[in-house]
Design a protein. Sequence first.
Lengths: 111, 114
Amino acid sequence: RKEVEQDPGPFNVPEGATVAFNCTYSNSASQSFFWYRQDCRKEPKLLMSVYSSGNEDGRFTAQLNRASQYISLLIRDSKLSDSATYLCVVTRNTGGFKTIFGAGTRLFVKA
Amino acid sequence: EAGVTQFPSHSVIEKGQTVTLRCDPISGHDNLYWYRRVMGKEIKFLLHFVKESKQDESGMPNNRFLAERTGGTYSTLKVQPAELEDSGVYFCASTRQGYTGELFFGEGSRLTVL
């Protein structure tokens, strides 16, 4: 079992739709949580950090449930420009600082 | 401020040849990481430098991979001899010392081994 698991995707949605991505992590020692966005043939870039209290940045809302070891990302009013791969990323400091990536969920937003 | 830069952006070599990838981190970033993404798989950790020292090289696949960071500035990752399964995108990322938040990535070096 992978340490960070994401919805396999791809997700195909029309413009204006709301889409939710799910992610689970297996190591209870995980400390910090992030969503990264990766455009085709580009590098990953931080989209937002994820906190237990939940956090929102415009159309994007991220949630963390430590008890369930579950992370989510909600995108409202999807835009064509939201088309990308969304990576769930977890860090821990066991045996050294480690950053663990999920395989990513591909999103296609269509007109 | 310049971001993380990697060179070459794409390299095509034959099995058995040698390739050296270079990463220039953001100026002042002591932490430098190498990652690799093989087609269809998740990004996987290769190794971590703190300045010129290898902090963690547990992700290096085998002894055909050699990473260096002489002087604690840029880093090189050499693959010798390259095998077909080494094909993928090699990402470099950097952060400042002690920081455990956002990783700043380079655009990656795509390696194709024929």
